[in-house]
Write a protein that binds this ligand. Structure first.
Ligand code: IPE
Ligand code: IPE
Ligand code: MG
Length: 237
Protein backbone atom coordinates (compact mmCIF):
# COMPACT_ATOMS: atom_id res chain seq x y z
CA UNK A 1 0.00 0.00 0.00
CA UNK A 2 1.34 3.49 -0.80
CA UNK A 3 2.45 5.94 1.87
CA UNK A 4 -0.35 8.35 2.77
CA UNK A 5 -0.05 11.84 4.18
CA UNK A 6 -2.47 14.66 4.93
CA UNK A 7 -5.65 12.77 4.16
CA UNK A 8 -8.55 12.67 6.65
CA UNK A 9 -9.55 9.31 8.14
CA UNK A 10 -12.31 7.50 6.30
CA UNK A 11 -13.28 5.52 9.39
CA UNK A 12 -12.86 6.53 13.04
CA UNK A 13 -13.45 4.08 15.90
CA UNK A 14 -13.83 5.33 19.47
CA UNK A 15 -13.59 3.55 22.82
CA UNK A 16 -15.85 5.88 24.80
CA UNK A 17 -14.41 5.52 28.29
CA UNK A 18 -14.62 7.46 31.56
CA UNK A 19 -18.36 7.96 32.17
CA UNK A 20 -18.13 6.43 35.66
CA UNK A 21 -15.18 8.59 36.72
CA UNK A 22 -16.89 11.69 35.33
CA UNK A 23 -19.96 10.96 37.49
CA UNK A 24 -17.89 10.11 40.57
CA UNK A 25 -15.93 13.35 40.36
CA UNK A 26 -19.26 15.22 40.53
CA UNK A 27 -20.76 13.12 43.31
CA UNK A 28 -23.27 11.62 40.84
CA UNK A 29 -24.41 8.05 40.15
CA UNK A 30 -22.62 6.08 37.41
CA UNK A 31 -25.72 6.00 35.22
CA UNK A 32 -25.72 9.80 35.23
CA UNK A 33 -22.25 9.62 33.71
CA UNK A 34 -23.59 7.34 30.97
CA UNK A 35 -26.44 9.76 30.37
CA UNK A 36 -23.98 12.66 30.04
CA UNK A 37 -21.86 10.53 27.69
CA UNK A 38 -24.76 10.23 25.27
CA UNK A 39 -24.42 13.97 24.58
CA UNK A 40 -20.84 13.52 23.41
CA UNK A 41 -22.13 11.14 20.75
CA UNK A 42 -23.99 14.03 19.14
CA UNK A 43 -20.85 16.19 19.25
CA UNK A 44 -18.64 13.58 17.56
CA UNK A 45 -21.17 12.71 14.86
CA UNK A 46 -21.37 16.42 13.98
CA UNK A 47 -17.58 16.62 13.92
CA UNK A 48 -17.35 13.59 11.61
CA UNK A 49 -19.83 15.05 9.15
CA UNK A 50 -17.97 18.37 9.18
CA UNK A 51 -14.63 16.63 8.55
CA UNK A 52 -16.14 14.34 5.87
CA UNK A 53 -15.41 11.15 7.79
CA UNK A 54 -17.55 8.38 6.26
CA UNK A 55 -17.72 5.81 9.09
CA UNK A 56 -17.79 6.21 12.86
CA UNK A 57 -17.79 3.13 15.10
CA UNK A 58 -18.55 3.70 18.79
CA UNK A 59 -17.83 1.09 21.46
CA UNK A 60 -20.92 1.52 23.59
CA UNK A 61 -21.20 -1.79 25.47
CA UNK A 62 -18.74 -4.66 25.58
CA UNK A 63 -19.29 -8.36 26.18
CA UNK A 64 -17.35 -7.90 29.40
CA UNK A 65 -19.66 -5.07 30.51
CA UNK A 66 -22.36 -7.72 31.16
CA UNK A 67 -20.32 -8.54 34.29
CA UNK A 68 -21.08 -5.12 35.84
CA UNK A 69 -23.67 -4.89 38.65
CA UNK A 70 -27.21 -5.62 37.42
CA UNK A 71 -28.39 -2.09 38.30
CA UNK A 72 -25.81 -0.55 35.98
CA UNK A 73 -26.48 -3.01 33.14
CA UNK A 74 -30.23 -2.35 33.42
CA UNK A 75 -29.63 1.41 33.43
CA UNK A 76 -27.42 1.12 30.33
CA UNK A 77 -30.07 -0.89 28.45
CA UNK A 78 -32.75 1.68 29.37
CA UNK A 79 -30.49 4.56 28.36
CA UNK A 80 -29.76 2.85 25.04
CA UNK A 81 -33.45 2.37 24.32
CA UNK A 82 -34.22 5.98 25.27
CA UNK A 83 -31.24 7.26 23.26
CA UNK A 84 -32.38 5.40 20.13
CA UNK A 85 -35.99 6.56 20.44
CA UNK A 86 -34.95 10.16 21.10
CA UNK A 87 -32.20 10.36 18.48
CA UNK A 88 -33.96 8.58 15.67
CA UNK A 89 -35.44 11.83 14.32
CA UNK A 90 -32.11 13.62 14.64
CA UNK A 91 -30.29 10.85 12.76
CA UNK A 92 -32.81 11.09 9.94
CA UNK A 93 -32.58 14.90 9.79
CA UNK A 94 -28.79 14.71 9.64
CA UNK A 95 -28.78 12.01 6.95
CA UNK A 96 -26.96 9.53 9.24
CA UNK A 97 -27.22 5.79 8.61
CA UNK A 98 -27.24 3.69 11.77
CA UNK A 99 -25.75 0.19 11.94
CA UNK A 100 -24.77 -2.07 14.84
CA UNK A 101 -22.23 -4.84 15.47
CA UNK A 102 -22.09 -7.36 18.30
CA UNK A 103 -24.17 -10.04 19.87
CA UNK A 104 -27.33 -7.97 19.43
CA UNK A 105 -29.77 -10.72 20.45
CA UNK A 106 -28.53 -10.34 24.04
CA UNK A 107 -29.69 -6.72 24.32
CA UNK A 108 -32.88 -5.99 26.26
CA UNK A 109 -35.96 -6.54 24.03
CA UNK A 110 -36.85 -2.83 24.18
CA UNK A 111 -33.38 -1.70 23.17
CA UNK A 112 -33.16 -4.30 20.38
CA UNK A 113 -36.52 -3.28 18.95
CA UNK A 114 -35.62 0.42 18.96
CA UNK A 115 -32.26 -0.42 17.39
CA UNK A 116 -33.75 -2.50 14.56
CA UNK A 117 -36.36 0.17 13.85
CA UNK A 118 -33.81 2.99 13.60
CA UNK A 119 -31.44 0.89 11.49
CA UNK A 120 -34.24 0.19 9.03
CA UNK A 121 -35.47 3.80 8.94
CA UNK A 122 -32.00 5.23 8.27
CA UNK A 123 -30.64 2.60 5.87
CA UNK A 124 -30.60 4.86 2.81
CA UNK A 125 -28.87 7.83 4.49
CA UNK A 126 -25.52 8.90 3.11
CA UNK A 127 -23.79 11.64 5.16
CA UNK A 128 -22.24 9.30 7.75
CA UNK A 129 -22.51 5.64 8.75
CA UNK A 130 -22.68 5.44 12.55
CA UNK A 131 -21.95 1.93 13.82
CA UNK A 132 -22.70 1.11 17.45
CA UNK A 133 -20.70 -1.78 18.96
CA UNK A 134 -23.16 -3.34 21.42
CA UNK A 135 -22.61 -6.51 23.43
CA UNK A 136 -19.47 -6.59 21.33
CA UNK A 137 -16.25 -8.55 21.80
CA UNK A 138 -13.54 -8.86 19.15
CA UNK A 139 -12.51 -12.39 20.05
CA UNK A 140 -16.14 -13.55 19.93
CA UNK A 141 -16.49 -11.82 16.55
CA UNK A 142 -13.48 -13.72 15.20
CA UNK A 143 -14.86 -17.05 16.47
CA UNK A 144 -18.22 -16.16 14.88
CA UNK A 145 -16.33 -15.54 11.61
CA UNK A 146 -14.52 -18.89 11.81
CA UNK A 147 -17.85 -20.67 12.31
CA UNK A 148 -19.25 -18.91 9.23
CA UNK A 149 -16.24 -20.01 7.18
CA UNK A 150 -16.61 -23.64 8.33
CA UNK A 151 -20.32 -23.65 7.60
CA UNK A 152 -19.79 -22.31 4.06
CA UNK A 153 -17.06 -24.90 3.42
CA UNK A 154 -19.41 -27.64 4.63
CA UNK A 155 -22.17 -26.37 2.35
CA UNK A 156 -19.78 -26.31 -0.61
CA UNK A 157 -20.11 -22.50 -0.93
CA UNK A 158 -16.48 -21.74 -0.11
CA UNK A 159 -13.31 -23.29 -1.50
CA UNK A 160 -10.73 -23.45 1.37
CA UNK A 161 -7.93 -22.52 -1.02
CA UNK A 162 -9.71 -19.17 -1.62
CA UNK A 163 -9.44 -18.10 2.04
CA UNK A 164 -7.17 -15.11 2.56
CA UNK A 165 -7.34 -12.09 4.89
CA UNK A 166 -9.74 -10.24 2.59
CA UNK A 167 -12.06 -13.25 2.32
CA UNK A 168 -12.03 -13.80 6.06
CA UNK A 169 -12.94 -10.12 6.66
CA UNK A 170 -16.21 -10.82 4.83
CA UNK A 171 -17.20 -13.18 7.66
CA UNK A 172 -16.85 -10.55 10.38
CA UNK A 173 -19.62 -8.22 11.62
CA UNK A 174 -17.77 -5.43 9.82
CA UNK A 175 -17.99 -6.99 6.33
CA UNK A 176 -18.33 -4.26 3.68
CA UNK A 177 -16.96 -1.61 6.07
CA UNK A 178 -13.42 -0.30 5.54
CA UNK A 179 -11.04 -0.85 8.46
CA UNK A 180 -10.72 2.07 10.92
CA UNK A 181 -7.85 4.42 10.12
CA UNK A 182 -7.94 6.12 13.50
CA UNK A 183 -8.74 4.62 16.91
CA UNK A 184 -9.47 7.06 19.74
CA UNK A 185 -9.74 6.09 23.40
CA UNK A 186 -10.79 8.61 26.02
CA UNK A 187 -10.01 8.82 29.76
CA UNK A 188 -6.30 8.14 29.32
CA UNK A 189 -6.44 4.33 29.41
CA UNK A 190 -3.98 2.70 27.03
CA UNK A 191 -5.64 -0.60 26.21
CA UNK A 192 -7.92 -2.10 23.58
CA UNK A 193 -10.42 -3.91 25.83
CA UNK A 194 -11.38 -6.51 23.19
CA UNK A 195 -12.37 -3.94 20.54
CA UNK A 196 -12.01 -4.60 16.78
CA UNK A 197 -8.76 -6.55 17.18
CA UNK A 198 -8.70 -7.76 13.57
CA UNK A 199 -9.77 -4.49 11.98
CA UNK A 200 -7.40 -2.08 13.75
CA UNK A 201 -4.22 -3.86 12.75
CA UNK A 202 -2.98 -0.73 10.93
CA UNK A 203 -5.05 1.98 12.66
CA UNK A 204 -3.34 5.03 14.11
CA UNK A 205 -3.94 5.40 17.86
CA UNK A 206 -4.98 8.57 19.68
CA UNK A 207 -5.37 8.55 23.47
CA UNK A 208 -7.22 11.52 24.98
CA UNK A 209 -7.05 12.26 28.70
CA UNK A 210 -10.55 13.77 28.58
CA UNK A 211 -13.33 11.70 30.15
CA UNK A 212 -15.92 10.75 27.53
CA UNK A 213 -18.69 13.17 28.69
CA UNK A 214 -16.14 16.02 28.40
CA UNK A 215 -14.99 14.98 24.90
CA UNK A 216 -16.15 17.69 22.48
CA UNK A 217 -16.37 18.26 18.75
CA UNK A 218 -13.17 20.31 19.02
CA UNK A 219 -11.39 17.37 20.67
CA UNK A 220 -12.45 15.15 17.78
CA UNK A 221 -11.27 17.68 15.19
CA UNK A 222 -7.94 17.90 17.04
CA UNK A 223 -7.56 14.10 16.83
CA UNK A 224 -8.34 14.22 13.10
CA UNK A 225 -5.78 17.00 12.61
CA UNK A 226 -3.19 14.96 14.51
CA UNK A 227 -3.98 11.94 12.33
CA UNK A 228 -3.63 13.94 9.12
CA UNK A 229 -0.08 14.94 10.07
CA UNK A 230 1.05 11.36 10.52
CA UNK A 231 2.93 9.36 7.96
CA UNK A 232 1.49 5.86 7.53
CA UNK A 233 4.13 3.52 6.25
CA UNK A 234 2.45 0.09 6.30
CA UNK A 235 5.79 -1.60 6.82
CA UNK A 236 7.40 0.11 3.85
CA UNK A 237 10.29 2.58 3.97
C1 IPE B 1 -17.56 3.80 29.47
O1 IPE B 1 -17.45 4.39 30.72
C2 IPE B 1 -18.96 3.33 29.19
C3 IPE B 1 -19.13 1.87 29.23
C4 IPE B 1 -18.16 1.02 29.39
C5 IPE B 1 -20.48 1.38 29.08
P1 IPE B 1 -17.13 3.53 32.01
O2 IPE B 1 -18.43 3.14 32.64
O3 IPE B 1 -16.21 2.43 31.72
O4 IPE B 1 -16.43 4.63 32.94
P2 IPE B 1 -15.20 4.40 33.91
O5 IPE B 1 -14.11 3.75 33.12
O6 IPE B 1 -15.69 3.54 35.03
O7 IPE B 1 -14.83 5.78 34.35
C1 IPE C 1 -14.42 -0.49 27.17
O1 IPE C 1 -14.43 0.22 28.36
C2 IPE C 1 -15.82 -0.78 26.72
C3 IPE C 1 -16.60 0.39 26.29
C4 IPE C 1 -16.16 1.61 26.17
C5 IPE C 1 -17.96 0.10 25.94
P1 IPE C 1 -14.33 -0.51 29.76
O2 IPE C 1 -14.27 0.56 30.79
O3 IPE C 1 -15.39 -1.53 29.90
O4 IPE C 1 -12.93 -1.27 29.63
P2 IPE C 1 -11.85 -1.64 30.73
O5 IPE C 1 -12.59 -2.29 31.86
O6 IPE C 1 -11.21 -0.36 31.14
O7 IPE C 1 -10.90 -2.55 30.02
MG1 MG D 1 -14.18 2.23 31.76
Amino acid sequence: MPTQKKSPPKHIAIIMDGNGRWAKSRGLQRWEGHQAGAESVKAVTEGCIEAKVEYLTLYAFSNENWNRPKDEVDALMKLLERFLKKKSKELKENNIRLQAIGNLQDLSPGALKALEKTIEETQDNTALTLILALSYGAREEIVHGVKGVLSDINDGKLDPSKIDTEKFSEYLYTARTPDPDLLIRTSGEKRLSNFLLWQISYAELFISDKLWPDFSKEDLLEAIEDFSDRERRYGEV
